[in-house]
Design a protein around this ligand. Structure first.
Ligand SMILES: [Zn+2]
Length: 192
């Protein structure tokens, strides 16, 4: 049995538009993820991202006004919400570990590598939509990985004279240049 949510309950729901790792627009309603199945007259008709994998029939109708709100919900989820959080945590831990064990790799390379490995490992058990929703975006983990690296780097010494600006134009998303350290074998990014 399931109860139909009243409008009062719907208004209290925490709704957020989330861009997946592949750039697809998804909606998080409380702790569950939804994908848009169709749009009609400004209403987004969404289904649980575990529809395909687990045949979860939970649905939500969302409007953007301009922030997304749920106007209708149907059916309960036939699963818990724990999986996405667990995947997200594991990925973050692996990214930090890789950032330390492979100081020769840039943060972007660490991110790409761990993401690809995780996707490969989980592909047999998750459908692509759920996997996509569970993997963090680069912007979401970049600073955490940088902080892990910074703690490690503070134990190393580097003189300012070793720093050069890249000729090739390494820049941050804010168009600032990275200081680079040329340590004789290859250029290494020092950070911001
Ligand atoms: Zn569901």
């Amino acid at each position: 049995m399931f109860s139909v949510a009243t409008s009062e309950v719907l208004l209290k729901m925490n709704v957020e538009e989330v861009e997946s790792a592949r750039g697809k627009s998804l909606y998080r309603v409380d702790e569950f993820m939804y994908e848009v199945e169709k749009t009609r007259e400004g209403k987004l008709f969404c289904r649980c991202i575990r529809k395909k994998k687990d045949n979860c029939l939970a649905r939500a109708v969302i409007i953007k006004d301009p922030h997304p709100i749920v106007v209708k919900m149907n059916r309960e989820h036939n699963h818990g919400d724990e999986r996405r959080d667990r995947i997200m945590r594991t990925v973050r831990v692996n990214m930090k570990k890789t950032a330390l064990s492979r100081p020769d790799k840039t943060i972007r390379e660490v991110y790409n590598e761990v993401l690809a490995k995780t996707a490969q490992d989980l592909q047999p058990t998750l459908d692509p939509e759920e996997l996509d929703a569970a993997l963090p975006q680069f912007s979401g983990v970049r600073s955490a990985i940088q902080r892990t690296r910074a703690k490690f780097r503070s134990r190393l010494s580097a003189s300012l004279a070793d720093l050069t600006h890249s000729q090739e134009g390494w820049t941050t998303i804010k168009e600032e240049q990275f200081p680079l350290l040329n340590d004789s074998s290859s250029e290494k990014i020092l950070g911001l």
